[in-house]
Design a binder for this molecule. Structure first.
Ligand SMILES: [Zn+2]
Length: 461
């Protein structure tokens, strides 16, 4: 009896040790023990609040018949609820939000990674990674000098000083810079917006950058430093992109990872879906959803990279919500919570920016009906067209509205699209933050956006 028990116990112990060893071997490459990451990929959906995410989730599942890649990140990793108030405001804008994520300190509105005194630079996670010998990259569909990328590699008192941002991003030695707003790299004489007469494209070439401006050129990049500026202004909305020579966010992401992963010490990359915010500012539901889906495709590229390189920390989040987007219930002929009309969203052909341009300054009701039918595939009534022109919503609260006719158009479209908007500016809506890979273990529960810096920094230590 005694011997049998003893041998059973020893067998049990051996089996336990084998299981522990195998589990250990499996977990080792993903750094679960150390929480250490070789690479960090931070993805920011600008203006991607819970409703923008929810609308994209519905569209992806019910129209495209597939799960969001962002949901795959959540399934593999951890999810937190994120708040984002700043040193001087309840509702943030992108400069303070990105600065807080980049530095871990509370910032004031419109300053880029500066302490509250407005003049002391605060070191960013990108600079910390660079100083460790890691490669760094910034990617956006907005301007590369716009607030979100700018906060990671520049220190400027006001985000509108994009000429200084362009200069500092190059000086910071960021290896891959991809986005729009080439105008801040060119002098006024060269159709740009620099008042100092410098041509930063030439300066970048002299510093060893490949300077490119199309999707085709991007494809041919094999390595080295890359400055890709694909538009004088912002890059196109995803819904309008087919008419341009611009790469998708997913294509920019894939190339960035290909180039940066050549550094044996690892890399830090911030990849932004920059135009979700711009669409939401115009209360453009289809535009916001399409850009959120383009962002999601980039998340898919990152997940694929992480599968091959498990020592990579991936964090996906937003800087703030834009527009107070609401997925409302009732249509003209049904009060039964039919919800967002995904087929109508699918039929939309252009962004509200294109619609705004097509309407012109003083459209007739006939013109409004024609433009809405052409670009949005919706037949509004004459009364509704007149409402767009008289713009009552803007008059009720001019402080929270920006674009003439756009918010009244969005209001008129409520029973058609079943999407409502509370504002044309940012809101303080809490956000989602989720991630997977080494270091993501602490991305749980209730978090402030300044915590994201500490999570990333800890993963590098
Ligand atoms: Zn915004």
């Amino acid at each position: 009896m005694y011997d049998k028990e003893s041998s059973m116990r020893s067998q049990h112990r051996t089996r336990s040790l084998v299981i522990l060893f195998v589990v250990g071997l499996l977990l080792l490459p993903i750094g679960v023990f150390a929480g250490q990451a070789k690479n960090i990929i931070l993805m920011i959906g600008d203006g991607m609040g819970p409703s923008q995410f929810g609308a994209a989730w519905l569209y992806s599942n019910r129209v495209l018949g597939k799960e969001l890649q962002m949901v795959e990140v959540m399934k593999r990793g951890r999810t937190a609820y994120l708040v984002n108030d700043t040193a001087d405001a309840i509702v943030t804008e992108s400069a303070a939000a990105a600065g807080q994520i980049a530095t871990g300190e509370k910032m004031t509105a419109r300053a880029l990674s500066m302490a509250a005194d407005g003049k002391t630079p605060v070191k960013t996670i990108l600079e910390i990674a660079r100083d460790k010998g890691m490669a760094t990259g910034l990617v956006t569909t907005s301007g590369i000098t716009d607030a979100t990328p700018a906060a990671f590699a520049s220190h400027v008192a006001h985000r509108s000083d994009e000429a200084s941002v362009a200069e500092q991003e190059l000086q910071a030695g960021v290896v891959v810079l991809l986005g729009g707003r080439k105008q801040f790299f060119l002098s006024e004489a060269a159709a740009g917006r620099r008042k100092d007469g410098r041509n930063l494209l030439d300066e970048a070439r002299a510093a060893g950058y490949a300077v490119i401006d199309s999707a085709d050129e991007l494809k041919r990049i094999e390595g080295g430093k890359v400055l890709g500026l694909f538009n004088m202004g912002n890059m196109a909305y995803e819904i309008d992109r087919a008419t341009t020579a611009e790469p998708s966010l997913a294509e920019m992401t894939a190339k960035t990872l290909q180039v940066l992963s050549q550094n044996s010490k690892g890399f830090f990359a911030m990849i932004e879906g920059g135009r979700i915010d711009h669409a939401a500012h115009r209360n453009d539901a289809a535009g916001a959803i399409r850009d959120t889906l383009a962002f999601d495709q980039a998340v898919g590229v990152v997940l694929e990279f992480q599968q091959k390189n498990p020592d990579t920390l991936v964090i996906v989040t937003a800087d703030h919500e834009t527009g107070g987007m609401a997925l409302i219930g009732n249509s003209k002929d049904s009060k039964d919570y039919v919800g967002i009309d995904l087929a109508a969203i699918q039929n939309v052909q252009a962004s509200f920016e294109v619609v705004e341009g097509a309407l012109g300054k003083n459209p007739t009701p006939e013109k409004v009906r024609e433009v809405v039918k052409t670009y949005l595939a919706i037949e509004i009534t004459d009364d509704e067209a007149k409402t767009v022109i008289t713009d009552p919503i803007r008059k009720l609260d001019p402080y929270n509205y920006t674009y003439p006719m756009m918010h009244s158009l969005a209001f008129v479209l409520r029973p058609y699209l079943r999407v409502g908007w509370g504002s044309q500016t940012h809101t303080a809506s809490p956000l989602l933050a989720f991630g997977s890979g080494p270091g993501s273990e602490t991305l749980v529960g209730f978090r402030h956006n300044t915590d994201l810096f500490r999570i990333m920094k800890a993963a590098l230590e």
